[in-house]
Write a protein that binds this ligand. Structure first.
Ligand code: BG6
Length: 507
């Protein structure tokens, strides 16, 4: 479904940051090119440095040139003429006063009707500050009180939404605090928490695969599924993000959000409808049924790693990266085994693995089915291991779904070999896949919260993750570094995989 957003102004905090450069501006440009933005629309960038409208337009053009999937063409000028700049500090009311004046002026000139998306592409330490200042200066009106104006003059027009990037908190306690501070100024239906994995086409396709086809449902349970593996592997290191990453680590950075979302989509029950809350209710149930781990269980079911220099020393180790403490104990790799205690999946191991500086960038989910009950064929490849057919969902960079089957090798005798039945996005659809942010920005402007994380989802994610962090703090730290860059992480991670599954599975 293509949503047609209301006229609105997209207010960008953190307009000079990395996210704006790499993701947000290219996404807005591609939406503009596909004619998916409302006709009455503006971008208002807010940041600290003094700058003219012309200067920010020029910068944005450069970002689009460098990072967009399509280079700016003749269409660019029409979008550029609707980009504006307001200078201000996050903690200075004067800036917000200027912002308010500018937005009201733009409403008059462009007919944007008082509708605003406030996008916080900033460090999460500023979330509460910005939300509070927006509210204090009459820019953010709680939707609960929107329809109860006290006087004619304070009747607010239009809707206001806030879009937050992760991290939402550092642990369960800080997440609760952050959510409740923001909730003072914005109702849940105004807050859109981005998990950009949910915007990926291949991630949304998990629901299509499971609930748009009948053939999988009867098999999608503990009776047929032996175990599930989810890998989010990155070849890149920490790059320029050490100041953030040092206090985050792989568990908070990727497992707490992206990987648990993938797990939810695999393990959830069918929602009654595709409405946002029906889907999110089912995901919350999965999260709440994740079996909590005690300290000994964390020791048994998790493996932490940190990369050292690559063999030959071409790539530095994590501790040698810019802005990283040379004694750092931050994990850049996590493997964990967990269980979803539902009727459907009780006892089925879910194996999660993520890391930086692994040999290649790939995100894959594989559902490993049980072996056939009778051994009718000699040399059957499936029987050599304790997993049978594998359904693989390639999230990125390959995009597709494939199924491993046993097939007879042509010729005499009855020898079998594993073959693969493939669906490949590029071949099937012959069009470029939009970036996750394109879909997410459009949905936030359209008021569709399906692909955003609800407050109780965030809490349920932390309820599972926080005890692991606490247990790690209580357990002895592994001797880091414990895997060389460009390898698949510490060998110890192998012990989490069922013994005869022949290790972590990757295409
Ligand atoms: C971000 C993490 O949320 O996701 C990064 O903060 C990580 O550390 C990134 O690199 C991975 O996203 P993608 O879309 O490249 O898989």
């Amino acid at each position: 479904m293509n949503h047609v957003p209301d006229p609105c102004i997209f207010v960008l905090f953190g307009a000079t940051g990395d996210l704006t450069r790499r993701k947000l501006m290219p996404a807005l440009y591609n939406l503009h090119r596909d004619k998916l933005l409302p006709e009455r629309f503006a971008v208002c960038a807010y940041a600290r440095k003094p700058k003219t409208d012309e200067a920010i337009r020029q910068e944005m053009r450069e970002h689009v040139t460098q990072y967009s999937r399509r280079a700016p063409d003749a269409d660019w000028d029409a979008l550029a003429s609707r980009i504006f700049y307001v200078q201000g500090e996050f903690n200075d009311d004067q800036g917000y006063v200027r912002l308010k004046e500018r937005l009201e002026q733009l409403d008059k000139e462009l007919g944007t009707g008082g509708n605003r998306v406030f996008y916080f592409a900033v460090d999460s330490e500023f979330f509460v500050e910005i939300t509070g200042r927006l509210a204090k200066n009459g820019l953010l009106v709680h939707s609960r009180i929107r329809h109860q104006p006290q006087t004619r003059d304070d009747h607010p027009r239009g809707w206001t939404r806030v879009v937050l990037e992760k991290p939402i908190g550092h642990n369960l306690h800080s997440a609760r605090e952050l959510l409740s501070n923001i909730a003072q100024h914005a109702a849940e239906d105004q807050v859109y928490r981005i998990d950009h994995y949910l915007g990926k086409e291949t991630v949304q396709n998990i629901l299509a695969l499971r609930f748009g086809n009948c053939i999988f449902e009867p098999l999608w349970n503990r009776g047929y599924v032996d175990h599930v593996q989810i890998t989010v592997a990155e070849d890149g290191g920490v790059g320029s993000r050490a100041p953030y990453y040092e206090s985050a680590g792989a568990l908070r950075d990727v497992v707490q959000n992206h990987m648990l979302q993938l797990l939810c989509l695999v393990a959830m029950e069918s929602p009654g409808t595709m409405r946002a809350d029906d889907i999110r209710n089912e995901k919350v149930k999965v999260l709440r049924n994740l079996r909590p781990m005690s300290i000994p269980q964390v020791a048994q079911n998790t493996v932490r790693g940190q990369y050292g220099p690559s063999a030959g020393g071409k790539l530095p180790g994590y501790r040698q990266e810019r802005d990283v403490d040379p004694q750092s104990n931050t994990e850049t790799f996590v493997a964990l085994r967990c269980y979803v205690d539902t009727w459907r999946f009780a006892g089925v191991p879910f194996l999660l693995r993520t890391g930086k500086r692994l040999p290649r960038r790939t995100t894959q989910i594989s559902i490993h089915f049980r072996v056939p009950p009778l051994q009718l064929f000699e040399d059957a490849p499936m029987l050599a291991t304790c997993v049978g057919n594998v359904l693989r969902i390639d999230i990125q960079p390959e995009e597709g779904v494939s199924m491993d089957l046993a097939a007879k090798i042509p010729g005499a005798g009855m020898r079998l070999q594993t073959v693969s039945m493939d669906f490949d996005y590029a071949r099937a659809f012959k069009r470029q896949t939009p970036e996750a942010y394109e879909r997410l920005l459009l949905d936030a402007m359209s008021g569709d919260a399906t692909l955003f994380t609800r407050d109780d989802e965030v809490i349920a994610q932390w309820e599972f993750i926080s005890p692991i962090l606490d247990a790690w703090a209580a357990l002895p730290t592994p001797r880091f570094p414990n895997y060389p860059a460009e390898t698949w992480g510490p060998d110890d991670a192998l012990r989490l995989v069922p013994p005869c599954a022949q290790g972590w599975h990757l295409r």
